[in-house]
Design a binder for this molecule. Sequence first.
Ligand SMILES: Cc1cc2nc3c(=O)[nH]c(=O)nc-3n(C[C@H](O)[C@H](O)[C@H](O)COP(=O)(O)OP(=O)(O)OC[C@H]3O[C@@H](n4cnc5c(N)ncnc54)[C@H](O)[C@@H]3O)c2cc1C
Ligand code: SF4
Length: 581
Amino acid sequence: MPPPARPGLGGLMVRPADYPPPFRASDYVGEPTDPVDDRIEVGVLVVGAGPAGLSCAIRFGQLLEENADLAENLGDVPLAVIEKGKQPGSHLLSGAIVNPVSLRRLFGPQFRIEDVPGYGPVQQESVCLLTSEKSMRIPTPPPMRNHGNFIFSLSQLGRWLSSRAEELGCMILPQTAAVRLLVSAGKVVGVRTGDKGRGVDGEELARFEPGNDIVARVTVLAEGTQGHLTSVAMNHFGLLPSDPQTWELGVKEVWRVKKPLDRTIHTMGWPLRPEPRLREFGGSFIYPMGSEMVTLGMVVGLDYRDSELSVHDLLQQLKTHPMVWPILEGGQRLEWGAKTIPSGGFNSLPRNLSAPGLLICGDCAGMVNIPTLKGVHYAVEAGRLAAESAFAALKATRSGGDESRFQSALGSYDRAVRSGFIGRDLYEVRDMRQAFGRGFFLGGVISGVMAVSRGRISIGKMRSERDDAQPLTTTDRSSRYPKPDGALTFDKLSSVFLSGNKTRDDQPNHIRLAQEVPVELARMWVNLCPAHVYQIDSEPRDGLVSVKIDASNCVQCGAISARGGRLTPPEGGSGPEYSLS
Ligand SMILES: Cc1cc2nc3c(=O)[nH]c(=O)nc-3n(C[C@H](O)[C@H](O)[C@H](O)COP(=O)(O)OP(=O)(O)OC[C@H]3O[C@@H](n4cnc5c(N)ncnc54)[C@H](O)[C@@H]3O)c2cc1C
Ligand code: SF4
């Protein structure tokens, strides 16, 4: 049971950023260490089997099919994807209403979106403003219109994409986490994968397997949200964005339901509170998955201030609303999961999406349009463009061209992203998320004007602050969360079970946190984590406590990295096993 708030805490005092985790990006960059003959050599190495990485692999595979001579020149393994999840799709979680434009571009004119396993086109949609008892339907704001888009499970889409990549000759290495960026003579030359089979204190267990250096001519980072090596690379190559990146946390459930849901629903308002001082931005989504399932989720900006806010519990509260519980009544919860979404938008993109030997695409670069809650089609398009630049670079130097031609071809990727629809779309909504930092109502007005004018009317560049720079406050929010009843509402531990989490509980802790911290900060971490990883395990001494970490519960959502800690990749194969999310 967490200790009570310090008296007089209502003042804004503690900021997570003042208690940084013991983590140095430079520890995760280095020269290859395996003897040359022991290194695994590949042509193009993609880190992450999400929509961005797999689309990159598919496009590069298509280009190699048309250019067999280049494929030969790239050795035994011209193309490989490494993925930390048990299999492709295991760590993929999304809404997921997908704009099909990029899949059509990737697969060409014969492609039919209806042939991809999914749940069909969006039929009807509604947007509702909620109070605790009532819901009011409002006209659908332009960014939330989903006509022409399709509903998928992202983990299933990921599995389908990975089969397409394998058909094109790509080697997929699941259960393999990239932990270190290999840099030699100022150029990225691959990654080092994590060891397996270490014990809690780092000791080698009987099943110990050391990691490997995988060296590549081009390395593509497609790690998704809170990419570990992406942040390391951005630090190393000076690519940190002009505005700090910010994140939202999404917690979602998939239910088998008795009655089909005939429309997609987005909600705003309750259970979030509108006061600007609390900075509670977000909403919920409720989507049908065919006639038998429904997915629903709560998404909340991680710049909130109340240390008692828990997105998992807000989702439980949402389900008790008179508009929501009848949708789920008599149904069964099948899956639960959580993940962050980058929300900084255009001004938080890395300064450059390439560095020597390296390309960065998808969520790890922050390619998400928050007002539309869309990132999948940007990830697919960025992956395709990355493959084309990697191909051009390798082709330019195949017959002995110099290094500058190689790097200039890789550099064309950054221009292609910014001048294409990814750059254009993100520019149009560039300040919308920041506007909500001014409160729900003022933010709504500002973003509405920007949406209608397609970004031409803006009130000027808005200041963006790091999520962990917000001072904490404490309200009585947690007293209003519903008690888990095991039928409609659930606690965190039973939810983690439904994520299929398979993390070994005798492996080293992969979460980095400051040791002794103010009670308010510790309480914020306890409430923040949807997977019940943190517990306060000491009485306050001079207002400071220590935090116990049950790392094996972690579903790798990434929220802790936005709020004063640091998620590093655990042993490959750990974490959730999503199949419907
Ligand atoms: C709750 C929620 C709802 C959303 N709703 C929608 C929606 O309705 N429509 C939409 O278009 N978008 C939506 N999004 C956003 C969308 O899901 C993302 O933009 C998209 O998945 C990004 O794809 P990606 O390939 O860049 O990253 P990801 O999908 O995150 O994939 C990255 C992959 O890389 C792997 N990986 C990461 N680091 C490493 C490493 N070091 N070593 C090995 N493997 C690694 C991960 O395990 C993962 O499989 C939503 C997101 C969330 C969280
Ligand atoms: S420990 Fe951190 S990364 Fe893991 S589930 Fe909890 S908040 Fe997310």
